[in-house]
Design a protein around this ligand. Structure first.
Ligand SMILES: Cc1ncc(COP(=O)(O)O)c(C=O)c1O
Ligand SMILES: N[C@@H](CCCC[NH3+])C(=O)O
Length: 424
């Protein structure tokens, strides 16, 4: 039976959890834990929803690679025709190494350095999503010094409430992102007056894990108001970029399907007479989140007076979302544990922090040696992993039909200090 929200994840008749038909417990035994496992088909299926809705319209789908930047994931999307939303010089090099077309890359982020701008101009990105007046001036100087014109889209902060966690809401006045809506027209005038800049579009991104259509439609409406005001001054805008942020089902959320969202946005564009403009979207989580799981082995069960702890070998350094946002992520045993009674456990890792937990108060029948899967871990899992407590990062596997590809080797503990030097 397929798990809700996870079309490629199913329990078979024996109760064994399988992703694209592969036994997760077997993968864990063969490749060790902690282990990230991704389904390529699940990623391409999620992308197909966006592609279907945009077919026949001028558009560009730019995968927000911060969600999961493994090279094989990027390659999968590049081969499927995707562009990319990047936020650093590091992401630029990574995505180029995976085969991305520079002309399909949009460069977002509030703190682009001159060196990052130079490199992006050199390779020829689609545009810079400029987030402040200071950045506009710096980009103009960098481009002028290179004898180039930089393609510019202004990221406008539309001041709409995306109704999501405050840490991942980005379109409100008191967030650091974008140029305030009421200052955007003046910023466009300034951009148009700088000969080394070429204004080509408008952009916004209001937050992440958004589960409703309304905030998107509000934001797009406010963007189109601006487009009309900007064009009334003779500054042409070829594209409208509505950002990413569509949510996924972690537990009982019911976000609109990508197709529903994009059709609604395209319809609003058409209804307001903007149907000819290129529509850019920057989805991250909704393309990869439910395509991946994190596998861990139960090490110890530690029942207590007020709390029972199930200690596993994955930790906050592998998956920080619970510790950082108190995010709820489903935890499932990969195989029924014969003769084990269910109890209520806090599933925690070995890191020396009380905040090191993956799930709290979970009803689970588990025993030491069992493999558990943290679901919905394909987005902001490995991408946010670190090495705290000198823990080597997990290996990553990409399933593709019958094939099992190791797309990142398990890190070696010695690699963690290879760049460090002892004193003489
Ligand atoms: C500029 C920008 N675009 C796109 C995204 C993708 O967001 P999500 O993973 O929520 O789709 C983000 C992250 O929220 C972002 O900062
Ligand atoms: N890292 C966040 C999403 C941040 C989006 C970045 N713009 C999460 O795990 O939910």
């Amino acid at each position: 039976m397929t798990l809700p929200g996870h079309p490629h994840l199913a329990r078979d008749a024996q109760g064994e959890l399988r992703l694209e038909g592969h036994s997760l417990a077997d993968l864990a035994r063969r490749h060790g834990t902690p282990l990230y496992v991704y389904s390529r088909a699940a990623m391409l299926d999620a992308l197909a929803g966006y592609q279907r809705a945009l077919e026949g319209l001028p558009h560009l789908i730019c995968y927000a690679m911060k969600a999961n930047s493994n090279l094989a994931v990027l390659q999968t999307f590049a081969r499927a025709g995707c562009g990319f939303d990047i936020v650093s010089g590091g992401e630029l090099e990574r995505v180029l190494a995976a085969g991305a077309e520079p002309s399909k890359i949009v460069f977002s982020g509030v703190g682009k350095t001159a060196a990052e701008m130079r490199r992006a101009l050199e390779v020829g990105v689609h545009c810079f999503n400029v987030e402040s007046l200071g950045e506009l001036e710096r980009l103009a100087e960098v481009a002028a010094a290179m004898g180039r014109r930089a393609p510019v889209s202004l990221r406008v902060n539309p001041d709409v409430d995306a109704g999501t966690h405050p840490y991942i809401s980005t379109g409100l006045k008191d967030n650091k992102f974008g140029i305030p809506h009421d200052e955007a027209l003046a910023a466009y005038r300034r951009a148009a007056a700088l000969p080394s800049l070429q204004v080509i579009g408008i952009d916004c991104h209001i937050g992440s894990q958004i589960t409703q259509l309304e905030p998107y439609l509000d934001a797009l409406g406010r963007l189109l108001d601006l487009v009309e005001a900007v064009e009334a001054e003779g500054i042409a805008l070829a594209h409208v970029d509505v950002g990413g942020g569509l949510g996924i089902t972690y537990t009982d959320e019911a976000p609109p399907a990508p197709e529903t969202l994009v059709r609604a946005l395209a319809e609003l564009m058409r209804a307001r007479g903007h149907g000819h403009r290129e529509l850019i979207v920057e989805p991250g989580r909704s393309l990869v989140g439910n395509a991946g799981v994190l596998l861990a082995e139960v090490q110890y069960l530690k029942p207590g007076e007020t709390k029972n702890f199930c200690i596993v070998d994955a930790a906050m350094n592998d998956l920080v979302r619970p510790a950082m946002y108190e995010a709820w992520m489903a935890i499932e045993p990969c195989r029924p544990s014969a003769g084990t009674a269910a109890a209520t456990w806090d599933v925690v890792g070995p890191v020396c922090e009380s905040g090191d937990w993956l799930g709290r108060d979970r009803r689970l029948a588990v025993a030491p040696g069992d493999i558990v899967a943290v679901l919905s871990a394909g987005a902001y899992g490995m991408a946010m992993a670190g090495n705290y407590n000198s823990r080597p990062r997990a290996a990553e596997i990409m399933l593709d039909g019958d094939a099992v590809h190791v797309v990142r080797e398990r890190e070696d503990a010695r690699a963690l200090f290879a760049l460090e030097r002892l004193l003489d």
